[in-house]
Design a protein around this ligand. Structure first.
Ligand code: GLY
Length: 590
């Protein structure tokens, strides 16, 4: 079988082109500067943002553990990355508890209000649903923080919110990414009086280099710390959120058709975060743990890895094909497990992986790939390819964010946080400084009979978030995750393959150019990927298109950790995507 295998020569060139020299990124004691790579001891963190990384580091230095620091980092991202994260959103934590040596997950996914039916989005243009009260899901983040801290943390919510309150009050320096994201959202932000007042001061996006304060959010966090989650889940903050969803503060004269939402205070009262078992597969002797449904992240990354493992060799051609097949199965079978019978064990089984791997030949398979039959009965002969039609995928943007933290005890958190679209619904709750999510646009709009991801009362929309932890002999080796809608899955998969199969270091694996095949007619790929690998892969029948959603030509913005042995940890963020991320360690010395 012909395969594009990345040669060691290719890796040297790639590293030289795209990864920073290791020494240049190493953290210097006492100076928390923005750098994509840091190595050291006693705890480490990586986020897309220096202030958020510092917030998590502060909590680690105060004696908090990885869960405390993860919540602190997430709350800080709600200030400095408010278009991707916030208390009115949701997310998933995959957590390694060093004491029990077990991996668990905390699901803070938003839910549909009880009044939502399977046809709620039918006939509504996607762009119209994006900026609406209808798409606002019942927020999960605060219940998730509460559950995570009660089960695994050592600090109170009030304590871990302090660094974020500090940033919100004193302000942070506006960077190009924040400015650009505001600019991209300016037209819809301008249509809501509360959003324009906060994010378009003087009618314009804040200048790069200016200091941005969110005193409303500081007050909201402070009051949340005092009153606790019930203030949101049925109390005054909840009532204000419901009032905003039902009657968004549309600017007089705005012509946008803003659909109102269905959320009631009773939906907030009914919300529960859930601790769930992770997905788990062994890949080349390592244990790979991910987020189980309602996210498709864990199952799709894991299925693709198992398909790759079933092949004689894994190169970029096989990476694209395995991803194509895993996405066909994700789309057919994965939804909220409270509503859908997801055949998770079979999707991750060796038998199913072999049956799927059998379809991968020397050339790209025709589009679209049909879903397989994860029914427990697998044939030794390759099943005939079936013809199917699949609807076009919704637009995938750079939404969401991911952080990783580890502490001195060896606990590890990989945490994806989201309000869905960059800028969520575009609607700020008046006087509270928080943007409402538009997570319910992650449902299939339909009509799509039998689709596992149609809306239903109380249902969690299928996610692609894929916070991932890899153990070697029961101890952490890697933690990794990324933003990017459905491209999250391929970014995580590609980083794992880069690191585990292609011999790259973690910083090289994160920096390397990306391609994302999601059972789509062409593969989305960064121009650097097309330039470097396009000719060989095009000869095998692959076609490529660069991503067009701003920031153009970027897929993902990953963060990761590698455990180097003897307590030494390498924290890794992006060197350039989304303006580059921030990796920090508690100490450079033992
Ligand atoms: N809203 C992004 C995701 O859940 O995948």
């Amino acid at each position: 079988m012909r395969s594009v295998v990345v040669t060691s020569l290719g890796l040297v060139t790639l590293a030289g082109l795209l990864a920073p020299p290791a020494e240049a990124g190493v953290h210097r004691p006492g100076k928390e500067i923005k750098q994509p790579v840091a190595e050291g001891y006693g705890g480490a963190v990586a986020t897309v943002d220096l202030d958020a990384s510092k917030a998590a580091l502060t909590v680690l230095r105060q004696g908090g553990n990885a869960m405390d620091a993860a919540v602190a980092g997430a709350a800080a991202l709600g200030v400095t990355e408010p278009y991707s994260a916030g208390l009115a959103g949701g997310g998933f934590i995959v957590y390694y508890d060093a004491r029990t040596r077990k991996v668990t997950t905390i699901d803070g996914r938003e839910t549909a209000p009880r009044a939502m039916t399977s046809t709620a989005f039918e006939g509504i243009p996607f762009d119209e649903a994006v900026t609406s009260g209808l798409s606002v899901g019942v927020p999960g983040s605060v219940a998730q923080w509460d559950l995570a801290l009660r089960r695994y943390g050592t600090m109170s919510l009030r304590q871990v919110l302090r660094p974020a309150i500090d940033i919100a009050e004193k302000g942070f320096v506006v960077d190009q990414t924040f400015h650009d994201q505001t600019e991209q959202n300016a037209a819809r932000f301008a249509d809501f009086t509360s959003t324009a007042a906060l994010y378009l001061p003087g009618g314009r996006p804040p200048r790069v280099g200016s200091v941005f304060r969110n005193r409303d959010l500081a007050r909201t966090y402070r009051e949340l710390g005092i009153r606790g989650p019930a203030w949101l889940y049925g109390g005054e903050l909840g009532r204000e959120i419901v009032a905003t969803v039902k009657k968004p503060p549309v600017r007089p004269g705005a012509t946008r058709n803003v659909r109102t939402g269905l959320m009631e205070v009773s939906d907030l009262k009914a919300y529960r975060a859930v601790e769930r078992p992770p997905t788990k597969v062994t890949y080349k002797g390592l244990d790979v743990y991910g987020m189980a449904p309602p996210s498709s992240g864990g199952s799709t990354v894991a299925e693709a890895l198992k398909i790759l493992e079933a092949l004689p060799q894994a190169g970029l051609h096989e990476y694209l094909e395995a991803s194509r097949l895993a996405f066909a199965d994700r789309n057919a079978y994965v939804g909220d497990p409270a509503y859908v019978d997801v055949p998770l064990d079979q999707l991750l089984s060796d038998g199913f992986a072999k049956e799927r791997a059998c379809l991968i030949g020397p050339r790209a398979m025709p589009h679209p790939a049909a879903p397989g039959s994860p029914d427990g009965s697998y044939s030794a002969t390759c099943p005939a390819a079936r013809e199917v039609s699949v609807p076009p995928e919704k637009k995938e943007g750079p939404e969401t964010t991911h952080l990783v933290v580890t502490d001195r005890w060896g606990d590890v958190a990989a945490y994806n946080i989201t309000i869905e679209q960059t800028g969520g619904s575009g609607i700020v709750v008046p006087g509270r400084g928080i943007l409402l999510n538009n997570e319910l646009t992650d449902f299939t709009f339909g009509p799509a009979p039998g689709d596992p991801n149609l809306p239903a009362p109380g249902k969690r929309p299928r996610s692609s978030m894929a916070p991932t932890i890899v153990l070697k002999d029961g101890r952490p080796l890697l933690a990794v995750g990324s933003p990017g809608g459905a491209t999250i899955i391929t970014t995580v998969l590609q980083i794992l393959v880069n690191r585990l199969d292609f011999g790259m270091s973690l910083p090289e694996a994160v920096a390397a150019p990306r391609a994302s095949q999601r059972n789509t007619p062409t593969t989305q790929a960064e121009q650097a990927f097309i330039d470097r690998y396009g000719p060989e892969l095009t000869a095998l029948g692959h076609t490529f298109t660069p991503p067009t959603t701003p920031p153009v030509d970027e897929i993902g913005a990953a963060t990761g950790l590698e455990f180097l042995g003897n307590g030494r940890v390498q924290a890794v963020a992006e060197p350039t995507r989304r303006g580059g991320g921030s990796a920090l360690v508690v100490s450079t010395h033992r």
